[in-house]
Design a protein around this ligand. Structure first.
Ligand SMILES: [Zn+2]
Ligand SMILES: [Zn+2]
Length: 442
């Protein structure tokens, strides 16, 4: 039995790094100083001048890890300080120090719901996201970090997890109401996936990842309730407004997610010298890139193989995420794009944000806003699955960190990098929730 079903999970929240700074809660030092600076020292751990062997356990709940990178290599990358429930472990690995947070699984799910989306979403959406996040965590924990000292990482590679500051009482309620509930396909917990905005058409599992076993419950489909448009080419897809898509801006009526609707259809310049450099870092030293040609486009309108011709040679790159990384300094929103060649740069026009497999979060949100139940939403994105309870109900305590999170509702996970406190590095906890910090840009 996986530990998740025993209500315990271990998340890598920092590193590998040469230095990790942790602030323990006031009065709970347990023999540690309140400010601990852990440094990697040749296989041992040095903390404030003292040496430790390869693992240091910090049993204090609500310890804060400083300056964590969020959204690494994506367009929203920034640093935040996160406080964690449960315990922290500092471990020395060959690549540097890592910090692992061990906590009750249901609290982890509450934080994921608040980190991935926002607590002001309708309750039916929060319940949907909780069930999907549980199922995804269970499935990914057996695959993505198999053999490592932890179950999942805290970044988008697995699921976004930002500690106790992302819990709210609304979210804890939704997690309590669905406690222990997973999506099952047959007798197994479904390997659920989700991404922010599908762009109008969801993708198959095999479009994004190697598929070792079939995932019939995440079919490629138009993300709408009334039948899809008559579109057969990538250019027509990217050029279409597709107003009936559940994630289209015309459907995006939840004000907290206006920022996300920009990614239903988007346009950005891509300097060719960035792409040349990115290809070189992938090992393709083909000199200055002259042209890029899609070789394989999925029926969900995503490029999964591309040929690049440079001054010194040519190469072929596969994989939607690889292509998104190569085509941008900070990872392109999706691999559904067309290029307009302008000599030193391309104008890139694209659709959607994320891999598009499984649940479209903004589509699901809009269904909840329109009054659909979490059962309906789950059936729309995961047809053939059923909700099942894997363990008994556990009542999560009300959060106790309310007073320390003044800017959470404004500084949501994708806007905080634009917050003046986020920018100067003094952290969101110093923001007093002043609306003027965001309103000009939001
Ligand atoms: Zn991961
Ligand atoms: Zn969608």
């Amino acid at each position: 039995m996986n530990d998740i079903l025993k209500n315990k999970i271990r998340i890598k929240v920092a590193g590998p790094a040469q230095k990790i700074i942790i602030q323990l809660p006031e009065g709970a030092a347990n023999g540690f100083p309140e400010n601990c600076e852990f440094r990697n020292s040749g296989g041992r751990i040095m903390m404030n001048g003292m040496y430790f062997r390869s693992i240091v356990n910090i049993p204090c709940e609500f310890s804060v890890v400083r300056g964590l990178i969020v959204g690494e290599s994506f367009h929203w990358e920034h640093r935040e300080d996160h406080a964690f429930r449960g315990s922290l472990e500092i471990v020395s690995t060959p690549a540097g120090l890592i910090a692992i947070n061990e906590l009750p699984f249901e609290y982890y799910i509450a934080s994921v719901v608040g980190s991935e989306m926002k607590s002001e979403c309708p309750e039916e959406f929060l319940m949907t996201q909780a069930i999907v996040a549980r199922s995804a965590a269970y499935s990914m924990s057996k695959k993505l970090h198999a053999g490592e000292l932890f179950d999942l990482c805290s970044d988008d590679h697995c699921q976004d997890y930002r500690g106790v500051l992302r819990e709210t009482n609304r979210i804890l309620d939704a997690v309590n109401r669905t406690s222990g509930e997973f999506l099952y396909y047959g007798d197994d917990i479904a390997d659920c996936r989700f991404s922010k905005i599908c762009g109008g058409r969801t993708s198959k599992f095999s479009d994004a990842w190697k598929e070792e076993s079939p995932h019939p419950y995440m079919p490629e489909k138009w993300d709408c309730l009334i039948g899809g448009p008559d579109i057969s080419s990538l250019a027509d897809y990217v050029g279409s407004d597709f107003p009936h898509a559940l994630c289209s801006p015309s459907e995006t009526i939840h004000k907290g997610f206006r920022y996300a609707s920009r990614y239903f259809r988007w346009e950005m310049p891509i300097p060719k010298d960035f792409v040349s450099g990115n290809l070189a870092s992938f090992g393709f030293k083909i000199g200055d890139v002259l042209s890029a040609q899609p070789l394989e486009i999925t029926s969900s309108f995503r490029i999964v193989k591309m040929k690049f011709v440079g001054k010194k040679g040519e190469c072929i790159l596969s994989g939607e995420l690889n292509l998104r990384k190569v085509m941008s300094l900070s990872t392109l929103p999706s691999s559904s794009f067309v290029l307009d060649d302008k000599k030193i740069e391309w104008i890139c026009r694209g659709a959607g944000w994320g891999h598009g497999v499984g649940m479209c979060q903004i589509g699901a949100l809009n269904l909840a806003v329109a009054g659909y139940s979490h059962e309906f939403i789950l059936d729309h994105y995961f047809p053939g699955c059923r909700i099942g309870k894997a363990y008994e109900y556990q009542d999560l305590e009300e959060k106790i960190w309310q007073e320390k999170r003044p800017c959470y509702e404004r500084a949501n996970c994708y806007e905080i990098h634009r917050c003046k406190h986020g920018k100067t590095g003094d952290g969101p906890q110093n923001c007093k929730g002043d609306p003027s910090v965001f309103e000009k840009e939001f």
